[in-house]
Design a protein around this ligand. Structure first.
Ligand code: GKR
Ligand code: MG
Length: 416
């Protein structure tokens, strides 16, 4: 079997609409790093991850020590990552999350790339390496955002503005008509809770058959969260991160029958025990980008199963290699029974060759060709890398961008 011969890390920037959230607004470009792991027999494995400067520096440090690694030695990969990052500090990812230990977020894209190579060498899709696909297609949810019609000074995008319940329902209509989603998530934490509850109610009236969720990214106090939960009982399938911290979530969970979901207070293996002991969350949103890749995400799935917690999937702005990895993982995870989040419909540029990852009836068919099942378009990679160089953006910072437009903006965390 082959060995790693060299690694290419390419930071890219792709156009992103002005999506609003608790900490500000998305900048005109989102960043990703594309990882290409080359082998001594001419194979290439793909991975995709964050591209903030600090993360890129860690990826580069790990990439330097990987040549010579057997592509099946995923345990060896993790040991190397841990050695290289020894005594390294915490890692900020996705604009809002702070990980105490950067090992799993750095490991992830390399692990995905090794699995891609393993699949190519064995002639099997990655889902087969993860135990086999238990579903032929993976359901995703429509991910709605309050948004402006355009970035300041820019041209209006095709989605238009969504700043009230009517705008949100129109946005949902476009997403559902276009992609066939059967679950809908609203990103909240932007307006007062009452306004966001009204938007969810408007969605429920317009889409009575759809599963609904709201995620204010911890914008509310426990008291407000309990009030909102009362108002939305019977309307939403889960309430995502209403309030910060395991203790706060436990306080809310004790007072509602709506399952509480999180991608903010349980974001690493160390958080599972305290969260289970406090019965703080009933659904964990996994994300292979910081849970250490696909196999460690399966470990998380097993732990959720053991402790009777549900499992769903979180997303940040991403491109097609991530979508392929999410789809292969979800296909091979029996207890991933909620529709997964994805930002994919918001992007207008990609760097994989088209035609593989299409949404039909809200689901993506699991590629059955070897590896992840997607191919990199090298011209597009070059274009998006040029865009990264010229964009000047080197880390995601929704708050600073928002302050260039509203100088007095304060992130809304636990404010209401
Ligand atoms: O893209 O603005 C955004 C989201 O708010 C993202 O940053 C979150 O990580 O999607 C995420 C979530 O579910 O919390
Ligand atoms: Mg969330």
């Amino acid at each position: 079997m082959s060995k790693v011969s060299r690694i290419e890390l390419t930071p890219v920037a792709f156009a992103d609409p002005p999506l609003l959230n608790v900490v500000g607004v998305h900048e005109p470009f989102a960043l990703r790093t594309i990882v290409q792991v080359h082998t001594d027999n001419g194979n290439v494995g793909l991975g995709e991850t964050y591209a903030d400067d600090a993360h890129l520096a860690r990826l580069r440090a790990v990439a330097d020590v990987l040549p010579g690694l057997d592509v099946f030695d995923v345990n060896g990969l993790r040991r190397l990552v841990i050695d290289v990052l020894a005594k390294d500090g915490s890692a900020q990812v996705g604009g809002m999350l702070n990980l105490q230990d950067p090992a799993d977020v750095v490991l992830s894209p390399f692990e995905v790339a090794l699995l891609d190579i393993q699949g190519k060498e064995l002639g099997r899709p990655v889902a087969d390496l993860l135990g086999g696909a238990v579903r032929e297609s993976v359901p995703f949810s429509a991910y709605l955002f309050y948004k402006w019609a355009a970035h300041p000074g820019g041209a209006e995008d095709s989605w238009g503005a969504a700043l009230d319940p009517d705008g949100i329902v129109d946005q949902a209509r476009s997403m559902v008509d276009h992609y066939g989603f059967t679950a809908i998530k609203l990103k909240g934490g932007v307006f007062e809770p009452a306004a966001e509850v009204e938007a969810v109610r408007a969605l429920a009236a317009a889409f009575p058959e759809h599963k609904l969720r709201i995620d204010p990214n911890c914008a509310w106090t426990p008291l407000t969260s309990v009030r909102v939960a009362k108002e939305l009982t019977g309307v939403i399938e889960y309430l995502e991160d209403p309030t910060p911290g395991i203790a706060g979530m436990a306080e809310v969970a004790a007072q509602t029958e709506i399952p509480l979901a999180t991608n903010m207070c349980v974001i690493a293996f160390a958080h599972l025990k305290p969260s289970v002991l406090a019965d703080a969350v009933q659904v964990v949103l996994s994300d292979h980008h910081y849970w250490g890749g696909l196999r460690r995400s399966q470990l998380l799935a097993g732990i959720c199963d053991t402790f009777g917690m549900g499992l769903s999937m979180h997303s940040n702005s991403h491109l097609g290699i991530s979508l392929a990895a999410m789809t292969q993982l979800a296909a091979a995870t029996p207890n991933l029974t909620y529709a997964c989040d994805t930002h994919y419909p918001w992007k207008t540029e990609d760097l994989i060759k088209p035609g593989v990852l299409e949404f039909v009836d809200g689901s993506v068919r699991v590629p059955t060709t070897p590896g992840l099942g997607v191919e990199l378009d090298l011209d597009a990679l070059g274009r998006l890398h040029e865009q990264y160089l010229s964009s000047g953006i080197r880390k995601r910072d929704d708050t600073t961008y928002m302050r260039t437009i509203q100088p007095d903006f304060t992130p809304n965390t636990a404010r209401w």
